[in-house]
Design a protein around this ligand. Structure first.
Ligand code: SIN
Length: 524
């Protein structure tokens, strides 16, 4: 494994090597649920499951014929095998992206906008199939997966509109015979490295603004969830986005990452994933001085003040903690509860958590699917054990689910302290640690006492406190009396070691643009 990039996934320490995959398969004695199996075979026979990489508008196998298995995490069964690509395929994808950049960037904004709008329409028209594919390979409940399709598509719709709003400036000149202009131009080829927790939305919120600006892209989706990415790429071609504008290579994370970093033609790296990998990518991008945007790990505090509306706080905390089985970078990671409301909140919260239905995402009423893989499950287990050994109390859950596989019981842990792993690091699983605090100052101190700075939440009925605490929190996103705040129209991104740059909103466009100053002289 390369010293530069050992993995490009959020939270799990290494990509699933084929050896790990085999151990997952052996571990499972479960049968794929009838529903999952029939969905897989229907999607496969309708051509919706693509297994090759996508380079220059063509579906291609890995040059050495290698493949990797894609698993259903709810059953451990293999859905299909996909091409396992590396440096050579990535170089070809970069060349094709570069060639297409020359023409795509010359189209009018309105022409690019129309292609994006068509892509949005096609994704929405295939919402059910894309949602099913996502549940199959990622495990999230079908309703949640369909919600992600709508969420992911919203970035394409938004940036189809923003494509037409890349304005420049005229600057009053310092000398009378000069005219000064600022124009914005696409950076060029973009390498987009995306995680498994949102197999579609993390792609569209990178690729849509890039294409809108006139850039072309090479996507490296997680090898755990490549099928949604490949289906989206197929729809991009059907939408009229030209061959070579969107390329997808998957396989060896280190080889693909290194090829993207080494190429002088790649002018921008955008990544969502772990902080460790983000730092390596940032260092690697320095060699050719590429632009980088990084959306890295969080350690979100969720502060429940004594004056909170209990029902609002319960609903919001459930939404932020248990979305995607706790596997999002904006999930509440530490739930700070003021002493006056602690008992009431912890009893009601535990009751709500206990009632969550766990299971295969295709089963009606399931609110929580499996954790993505074995190593992620072990991490969750070790964090819970660490907390218990240091005096925390399990209020609900706290162990593997009787369903087996990587299912874990939705868990609430009380009396968590700052020194425990659960409070220091991102658990990325369905575990809610409760921490008691006395004063607002103490809550702010605990909340900011971390290297992370992505999302923070608070529940209070005081408007003054809302402002005061929002200003004091060192976080890129703050939710007040709301647990799910991500939207295409607002900027998403972190402070401190949670990342660089913003995705979504008008600010998301700037990440793919160069600013050029033009001086027109001797005008008199
Ligand atoms: C993430 O977990 O990386 C993204 C979550 C979101 O878009 O809300």
């Amino acid at each position: 494994m390369s010293p530069l990039l050992t993995q490009l996934q959020r939270s799990s320490p290494t990509c699933l090597s084929s050896a790990t995959c085999i151990s997952v398969a052996i571990f499972s004695h479960h049968q794929m649920s009838t529903n999952a199996r029939s969905v897989a075979s229907r999607l496969s026979s309708s051509g919706f499951i693509r297994t090759q990489g996508f380079i220059g508008g063509k579906w291609v196998d890995a040059y050495d014929g290698k493949t990797i298995e894609v698993y259903n995490p709810a059953t451990g069964e293999v859905i299909t095998n996909v091409a396992c690509m590396g440096g050579r395929e990535t170089k070809d994808a970069i060349t094709s992206a570069h060639n297409t950049f020359l023409s795509w960037s010359k189209l009018t904004a309105a022409e690019r906008s129309r292609c994006l709008r068509k892509w949005f329409d096609l994704i929405m028209a295939n919402k059910e199939e894309l949602g099913q594919l996502m549940t199959l390979e990622q495990g999230k409940p079908l309703d949640e997966a369909m919600g992600e399709v709508t969420y992911g598509a919203s970035y394409i719709e938004f940036y189809a509109e923003e494509a037409k709003r890349v304005y420049g400036d005229i600057i009053p000149a310092a000398l009378p015979d000069r005219r000064l202009f600022v124009m914005k131009q696409p950076v060029g080829v973009v390498g987009a490295i995306t995680p498994w927790n949102f197999p579609l939305a993390m792609i569209t919120r990178k690729v849509a603004p890039a294409l809108a600006c006139g850039c072309t892209v090479v996507i490296k989706p997680s090898e755990l969830t490549p099928l949604t990415a490949l289906a989206a790429a197929e729809l991009s071609i059907q939408a009229g986005i030209p061959p070579g504008a969107v390329n997808v290579v998957m396989g060896s994370a280190s080889d693909i990452g290194e090829a993207l970093l080494a190429s002088p033609q790649v002018r921008k790296i955008t990544f969502t994933g772990s902080t460790t990998v983000g730092k390596k990518l940032m260092a690697g991008a320095a060699e050719t001085v590429k632009k980088v945007s990084l959306e890295l790990g969080g350690n979100a505090p969720c502060i429940i003040f004594d004056d909170a509306d209990l029902d609002v706080a319960l609903k919001g905390t459930m939404a932020t903690k248990f979305r995607n089985s706790g596997q999002t970078c904006v999930c509440a990671n530490r739930i700070l509860v003021q002493e006056g409301i602690y008992d009431k909140f912890s009893i009601a919260f535990s009751k709500a958590v206990e009632s969550m239905k766990v299971g295969d995402g295709f089963v009606e009423g399931v609110a929580q699917g499996p954790i993505i893989n074995d190593s992620a499950l072990h991490k969750v287990e070790s964090f819970v054990q660490d907390a218990i050994s240091k005096g925390a109390k399990v209020l609900i859950g706290g162990k593997r689910h009787s369903l087996g596989m990587t299912f874990y019981e939705p868990t609430v842990i009380g009396d968590v302290k700052s020194e425990m792993l659960l409070a220091r690091e991102e658990v990325f699983g369905p575990v809610a640690p409760l921490m008691k605090f006395k004063t607002e100052e103490e809550a702010i101190h605990i909340a900011n006492d971390t290297n992370a700075g992505l999302a923070a939440y608070m529940f209070t009925t005081s408007i003054k406190r809302s402002w005061r605490v929002s200003e004091a929190l060192e976080y890129g996103l703050v939710g007040i009396n709301e647990g799910q705040i991500s939207t295409e129209v607002a900027p998403f991104g972190g402070m401190k070691q949670s990342g660089l740059g913003r995705e979504g909103s008008k600010y998301g466009m700037d990440e793919y643009l160069e600013i050029k100053y033009v001086c027109l002289g001797n005008m008199s």
